[in-house]
Design a protein around this ligand. Structure first.
Ligand code: BG6
Length: 505
């Protein structure tokens, strides 16, 4: 997200876009299609080249063919063959493997040659589309051969994808390894949720409108619900998922991005330092729970066989590469507290899960109820709830739920909705969600990227749950049928506070 109205359409500086993991799924599915969309929008630098880093030798033509097939499969818009060929025509390949340090010295020479012939001015963006265990070794080697060294005329940036560690300790180690070879301003930790327009809009909704901020606090808000329900099961990702689970996979990153945007203090300026500081502060204010509290304030579930959208889903424990006695959670619900003046006493309920009945990502702000006194002597027996719902996907928009009088001679009240939907106002071309993020990397705007301190604050908040569950093993693991709304205990977590998850109308 550019920090002013003009930077977004700015032409980035010339650069060499260096992709580690160029033969992999992420490059084919998202990175190249996003570069294609940027090229179509004329948002790539005039002087630009792509260097694909491979571990084993591969013919550059074969790689271009494979990326072209990827484009045909994953392009979000009708493909213009000429443009696609021109984009892939600026790709060269180089072999490098961090376990063979000399290969990085050779890579350095290759980059310099390519940059000379393409006149990309020495600016380099290193995109690590690799498995996470390669992040630190690649960064170490890039640093060792001086490829990350910046001077006044050249920038060097390193983009990495989640997961940023698997717990607090490993996140600290990873950040330490990256910061040893690069400065924080060179690091772009991608959370793809921040590429979503509806997520970026939370800042605009809150801070470009005068009417929400005065009531955005414990005086008026009863609680906040963050829901990321998915219909897909674990599918072919068994080995990754079984070692990860729903909490690690979704909460310290995606759900905490939503939480921090909803709960942060208003930044004094719309720049990366100020916005990221406000986000890190609110994540740091999440109350650290004891293990006993963590067990009480969390529900973890695992799906059993069932049907989702009429398709059968097999029992999680029967998924390929999942342990038959796995205790990995595919559903998690948490109750968190934020220890500051704005949010003291306002619970934040978070939930996410796989193989659920409906796909739905939303933030629901539940306002305190109006005093009922005025209606005591009428036929009205209850007021419906006031929610402001920020729909992230598939419903992209904002809904306000409020009470209204049912027309007629007697007093009757019903809940109604006022709805804004993006599709009614804007007609954005379909995108991968990576265009803004990649463009921001190229123009050097890291407002939408995670800083080391927020990554660590996120892990700090979830660490007690990880520790408590590791010790509890099978105890307390709930089961739910694929295609349901998750385990009963997920409902009970709110019911014991006299609350309930919002049901969409
Ligand atoms: C990824 C997780 O980071 O986010 C996946 O690894 C998950 O397990 C995905 O399905 C969800 O993203 P989205 O954009 O579909 O909500």
């Amino acid at each position: 997200m550019s920090t002013n109205g003009t930077a977004r359409s700015a032409q980035p500086d010339p650069c060499n876009f260096v992709i580690f993991g160029v033969t992999g799924d992420l490059t084919h599915r998202l990175v190249i299609p996003a570069l294609y969309n940027l090229a179509e929008a004329d948002l790539l630098p005039q002087r630009f080249c792509i260097t694909g880093v491979v571990r084993k030798p591969i013919d550059a033509d074969a790689l271009r063919d494979s990326l072209m097939q990827g484009l045909r499969k994953f392009a979000t818009r009708p493909l213009k063959d000429d443009l696609a060929r021109r984009l892939l025509g600026c790709l060269t390949t180089v072999q490098a493997d961090p376990s063979e340090p000399a290969s990085f010295d050779r890579m350095r020479q290759h980059l310099e040659d390519a940059e000379h012939s393409r006149a990309t001015a020495g600016n380099r963006l290193f995109y690590l589309a690799t498995p996470p265990d390669a992040f630190a070794p690649i960064a170490r080697e890039l640093g060792r051969v001086g490829l990350l060294r910046e001077d006044n005329d050249h920038w060097r940036r390193l983009v990495i994808e989640k997961p940023f560690g698997t717990d607090l300790a490993s996140a600290i180690v990873l950040n330490g390894a990256l910061l040893k070879v690069a400065d924080e301003h060179q690091l772009y930790r991608i959370d793809h949720y921040l590429g979503k327009e509806t997520v970026q809009n939370i800042l605009v909704l809150r801070f470009a409108n005068g009417m929400f901020e005065p009531i955005w606090n414990r005086n008026h808000i009863d609680h906040v619900q963050i829901t990321v329900d998915e219909t897909l099961g674990v599918g072919h990702r068994g080995s990754f998922y079984d070692a990860t689970g729903a909490l690690r996979d979704m909460v310290p990153n995606h759900l905490f991005q939503l939480l921090s945007l909803v709960a942060m203090e208003p930044p004094a300026r719309f720049d990366a330092h100020t916005v990221r500081t406000c986000k890190a502060e609110v994540l740091g204010a999440i109350q650290t729970q004891s293990e006993a509290e963590a067990l009480r304030n969390a529900v973890r579930g695992q799906y059993r066989a069932g049907r989702v959208e009429d398709q059968p889903i097999e029992d999680y424990r029967k998924t390929a590469n999942v342990a038959p006695d796995s205790t990995t959670e595919t559903y998690v619900a948490l109750k968190l507290a934020i220890d500051n003046w704005r949010w003291a006493g306002v619970p934040f309920y978070l939930r996410t899960g796989k193989a659920l009945a409906t796909k739905r990502t939303e933030v629901a702000i539940k306002f305190k109820e109006a005093p009922f006194t005025m209606f005591r002597d009428t036929a009205v027996d209850r007021l419906s709830q006031n929610y402001l719902v920020i729909g992230i996907e598939p419903v992209e928009g904002i809904t306000l739920q409020f009470n209204t009088k049912v027309p007629g001679p007697s007093i009757a009240i019903d809940g109604v909705e006022m709805k804004f939907q993006y599709k009614d106002y804007f007609h954005a071309a379909p995108s991968t969600g990576y265009e803004t993020l990649i463009h921001d990397c190229m123009i050097g705007d890291n407002i939408l990227f995670q800083r080391a301190d927020s990554v660590e604050a996120g892990w700090q908040a979830v660490q007690p749950f990880l520790d408590a569950w590791r010790k509890a093993g099978n105890d307390g693991l709930e089961f739910y049928q694929a295609g349901s709304n998750g385990p009963e205990a997920g409902e009970a977590l709110l019911a014991r506070d006299g609350r309930g998850w919002r049901t969409p109308c």
